[in-house]
Design a protein around this ligand. Sequence first.
Ligand code: FAD
Length: 529
Amino acid sequence: MADATYDAVIIGAGHNGLALGTYLAKSGLEVAIFEKRAEEGGGLCTEELTRPGFLHNVHCNYHTLVGVSPVYRDLELDKHGLRYEKPEVQMGSVFDDGTALTVHRDLDKTCASIARFSQKDADTFRRLVEETKGYMDLILTTLMFTPPLSMNDITKALVAWGVEDKAEFLSVHLRRLNINQFLDQHFENEKVKAHIAFHTSLGGYSTDRKGLAVTLPLLVGKIDNWHVCVGGSHALAHALWEGFAHAGGRVFLQHGVDRIIVEDGKAVGLELEDGSSVRARQLVASSINLEQTFLKMVDRSVLPDGFAEAAEASPHMDWSYFSVHLAMTRPPQYKAAQFDPDIDQAWVVNVGYDSPAAINKHWETMRSGKLPNACPNAAVNSLFDPTDAPEGHYTGLLRHFAPYSLNPGGPEAWDQMAKEFAVSCIEKWQEAAPNLKDGAILDWATYSPLDISRRIPNMVQGDWMGGLIDLDNMLDQRPFPELSQYQTPVKSLYMCGATQHPHGFITFAPAYNALQVIADDYDLERWWR
Ligand SMILES: Cc1cc2nc3c(=O)[nH]c(=O)nc-3n(C[C@H](O)[C@H](O)[C@H](O)COP(=O)(O)OP(=O)(O)OC[C@H]3O[C@@H](n4cnc5c(N)ncnc54)[C@H](O)[C@@H]3O)c2cc1C
């Protein structure tokens, strides 16, 4: 491209880059985003992977913070065509003994389903949800949509709000427990525990990691807030792009960034892969990974001692996702519908984990680079959004927690193993829903952790979260203390993507929080709430 100058330039047009760009453009800045791929959206990617007309969400499928994240409202994304469906039966588990558990938007129905396994657990679940309900959104907003506090400050704030005593679940001792231990302390039925453990795992919160129990009440409190993005997840990227363009912003696709230009310790522009450069009058923001930003794009000489090493040492997620995308002629009818007919209407279904121990075993297997026996989770979006498949057809998704690097063979072994593992995932689904045999599946395509890192260059090692979710890598420790407040050691260079607090997922929170810091630094008028 011809050399040009903007007020702000942003690296990466994922949802975080697009959101930050739009806020800044609406604040009167001239903003350009530079994106390596041929489309905007990053993880918001929808493609016809199997057959024409079947819209597969290659990465993000579950939008869980709709109505909580302030960005939807501030950027009026509904005015740019964004629509969501919120399934009545949000998720479920089918168990090998023919039983099923379902989670509904209606708490009474969820508790009735849990009570079929344990009345005590149903009462505990109700108490957990109801006790946190009054201040859930306040806590979530405070935790996620402000630059990070320390864990100690949060504990003090809970006491000041007067919720800490009442919310036994949020007390300090949770920091020492993993999610399994919390579940064992409060719930009695293995299947109920398995479903809750499955739900937290889907969000990247490994159930055996010390301290993550502290997040459990928040995760459970939003267990009924999972949304289908109508027309596929890329519809959100499109709405964001449209809002950004309306505000005067420009996205340059297929314009990978090679280097950040630093003069006198200040970021003043970008060098692009095609050899051209752009200048930034005010600021540069990076929504991508630490390796590219700090080990490749800037000289180590402009970073303080130890900073590059800290970026290098920052841990990636220790598991990733393997997906099978399916073109289907009918939706699943589970054997377990004889036990609970609602399971056939559930959006996200755990197929195979009967106990937290089964999930734990899989964490261990995956950390050693082995593939576990198949226990996929299944979703058929067309049940709620028929526009995502040709008339009378269905688009299916099977996901499985999976290692990035296989043992033996390393990441490359995925190219040999993917088909075989996909077949075992499909067979496991068919076992639970026998109507999926005999011509129900027209076609399928695999998408491995290696494919993730090939497609999205910042998702290094298939890291779909921008870094490990761990107590030592959260809040003001994410990605490491010196980089936790969105500013960097390079003046006018900000971080605004999934590497930052709170983490990946379609939350917009890293961008929103970076915006607050930028607004302070540049004296921007806060037109947003
Ligand atoms: C298989 C899978 C399933 C997932 N499922 C869900 C889900 O159901 N729900 C959910 O909320 N989240 C899910 N996620 C996570 C979610 O997709 C990410 O957390 C989210 O996309 C992060 O957003 P971001 O804007 O920070 O970064 P990204 O979406 O990664 O965007 C960064 C952009 O920067 C671009 N880029 C990289 N390097 C350069 C460069 N050198 N120059 C210019 N541009 C560059 C990339 O091409 C990309 O477009 C999933 C992820 C994966 C991989």
